[in-house]
Design a protein. Structure first.
Length: 93
């Protein structure tokens, strides 16, 4: 996988809110794929090269999946009571 590029700090709040309230999200990846999943948690861990990488863990069809945050293009809450709308996630420069 390519060199990790962290998200801007202010964008983490949207992911944390989505996880806190277990929002169902439409998740758009930078590769052009999109799917719906329930936000579960975020994680930070070291890669094999020692670089800290951040992930979003979601539940899809009773299975857990993780996506490195810099692979995410946008998230859109699917819940009517959501505290935010569609958010485009841009990696830090």
């Amino acid at each position: 996988m390519s060199h990790y590029r962290p998200l801007h700090c202010d964008l983490h709040d949207y992911l944390e809110i989505a996880c806190l309230y277990r929002y169902w999200l439409r998740i758009e990846l930078r590769e052009g794929l999109a799917f719906d999943a329930q936000a579960f948690t975020t994680q930070t861990r070291r890669s094999a090269g020692g670089v800290l990488e951040e992930f979003l863990e979601v539940q899809v069809d009773d299975a857990s999946r993780e996506f490195r945050l810099d692979r995410l293009h946008a998230i859109t809450p699917l819940s009517a009571q959501a505290l935010f709308g569609r958010v485009e996630l841009n990696a830090a420069r």
